[in-house]
Design a protein around this ligand. Structure first.
Ligand code: MN
Length: 236
């Protein structure tokens, strides 16, 4: 086979405690999945149906190695003056499927990681308020730094535990995974009714309250339960 142009690279995340890399396919992100965050965004946190947006595979930036914690630097993206952090529990799908029942949904999880859904908030809110797509606010290169994947077969399923983010050592976001409005299993089941999930898909499960802007040079440290922490610096 001869490609007409160079094919896009495969974006990967290290599997902690392994030499293997997890190849990233699509990133599905759940919107407003913690009540206190829905409120801070000016929305009703009632349990309405979940909704999703997507990021391209080149949003992924691997933080750390298969040995655990590490630090990366991401660029401050163009066309924004309000670059926001959103700390999230990341789910890596190992087994595909459609119409997956909630009771079987966790069987489709390969593992979990800590990630950031970095957002050009000014662009997102303008789009939202005009009824336009969120893409320019959410779906850009290097907007999803994600740590090493811990296999569910080793660490179990992440259904509770602290989710937190500091910026330059100062607490910004702090909640608990148990406060997800739509659990990991429910999110997988719901999403799989609309789109057949494939191995390599990633689900970013939503962020708790406390989202805020970062500036050039800031250092974000994100933690979720007992997963590997991530350190992400915004380029100066
Ligand atoms: Mn998010």
């Amino acid at each position: 086979m001869e490609y007409a142009v160079a094919p896009a690279p495969v974006y990967t995340l290290p599997v902690a405690g392994s030499e293997q890399q997890f190849p990233v396919n699509r990133l599905f992100c759940v919107g407003r999945n913690y009540a206190a965050h829905a409120r801070e965004m000016g929305r009703d946190p009632d349990r309405e149906k979940p909704f999703f947006f997507m990021k391209p595979a080149n949003a992924v930036v691997a933080v750390g190695s298969n040995a655990g914690e590490g630090e990366v630097t991401i660029p401050y993206p163009p066309k924004t003056a309000n670059f926001h952090h959103e700390i999230e529990l990341v789910v890596a799908i190992g087994k595909g499927g459609a119409n997956i029942p909630v009771e079987q949904a966790l069987e489709h999880v390969y593992g979990y990681a800590v990630g950031l859904d970095m957002t050009r908030r000014d662009i997102q809110l303008e789009a939202r308020d005009k009824g336009r797509p969120w893409e320019f606010g959410k779906s850009f290169a290097q907007s999803a730094p994600i740590g090493p994947i811990r296999r569910a077969s080793e660490v179990g399923h992440v259904v509770e535990g602290e989710i937190a983010l500091t910026v330059n050592g100062e607490a910004r976001q702090k909640s608990d995974v148990s406060k997800l409005i739509w659990s990991v299993a429910e999110s997988i089941a719901y999403l799989s009714e609309y789109e057949t999930l494939e191995p390599g898909d990633i689900i970013m499960t939503g962020t708790p309250e406390g989202v805020n802007a970062v500036q050039r040079g800031d250092l974000m440290v994100g933690t979720v339960a007992n997963l590997d922490a991530i350190r992400v610096r915004v380029a100066g």
